[in-house]
Design a protein. Sequence first.
Length: 435
Amino acid sequence: MTHIHSFIARRQQLAAQIQSGIVIVPTAPERLRNRDAHYPYRFDSYFYYLTGFREPEAILVLIAATEQAPSRHILFCREKDKEREIWDGFRYGPEAAKEAFGFDEAYSLARLDELLGNLLANQSAVHTLFGQDSDWDRRIVGWINRVREQSRAGVVAPSEIHDCRVWLDEMRLIKNTEELQIMQRAADISVQAHQRAMQMVSPGMREYEIEAELLYTFCRHGAQAPAYTSIVAGGANACVLHYVQNNAVLKSGDLLLIDAGCELDGYASDITRTFPVNGTFSAAQRDVYQLVLAAQAAAIEQVKPGNLWNDPHQAALQVLAQGFVDLGLCRGSVDGVLESGDYKRFYMHRTGHWLGMDVHDAGEYKLKGEWRSFQPGMVLTVEPGCYISPAEDVPQHFWNIGIRIEDDALVTPTGHELLTQAAPKTIAEIEEIMQ
Ligand code: GLY
Ligand code: MN
Ligand code: MN
């Protein structure tokens, strides 16, 4: 659990960085799935990062300190409502939320239009999640225009709108100890889910039966949701990168690729393991698996402070291109395969992404046109793969093999640490747990 002081400290840091003006950050809306049934509610990551508040219909207003006044941390949220709470459960209401979440002031959301005029008056700039949602952008402009209407009374309206994600993305990129503890617990739960999948699978089952084991494990350990739709892909389905139908029969002799991770207290985990449905790798599967495993090891080796974001990808590509030539999948020299991009027939995605509150987390990959360097506290995935669709010039014993191996790596002062280390990964480890 993140301590309330951490959320306050983040607001203070943001207020200090913008120097002047007002921050307005809404949480995510509830969304209808069909008729009057909603999708399970998930707060906005930026809003939660700054507040720790999980209810829908809430807005953070943060005013930077001036020489005359200290900063103001304000929450707008739903009012207490005994009637609604009988149907939907507890809600804080402004008074209790103010205390529990460390705000200076809190008001009913119903008073937003009434109070925002005063809050915006004479502020130089509005900092918000600008460009994320056009309805929200319009509301921001509407509020500013209403302040502008008072110009003859001497009120000055904000003349600038800034996207505060510029600041927040950089803050979110470096995880603190509390965040890392949550991410480790999320990773531990996902590791257990993958272990259970390996133990439960047998030929003849449907992919969704294994998906059910994953969800069962996430849920029974307190994870609130999968961090993304689980990919449970047997045989050729593994070559469809975003396969989520998860309804095919699992056949002896095929591999099963599972890309699944839970979300715990707002933080994602993201693991892929690939293993044989019948518990034993065939010779061709072994060859490709060892190649992807070697590519992943080479990539992980590159995760250390000072190295560049692209270094793991380049290391993985080098190993994969050599392997593709050795296995007869690509022809010509390794350099030629890398230069022409011929490897993309079998490896068409990049080797990882930032991981945090969002599975593809906030944070730039380049700064001023150059790959950024790793710093302690960053968390990323390392996930090379190889996907071999049938083709005349591809040896037939490799057809429909799809393999990805994905771990979550924390950059440490001396190198890296894998949050997902405990998930069986070598052929020996996998064949043993599947016994
Ligand atoms: N599970 C999403 C990804 O690996 O990027
Ligand atoms: Mn990933
Ligand atoms: Mn993944």
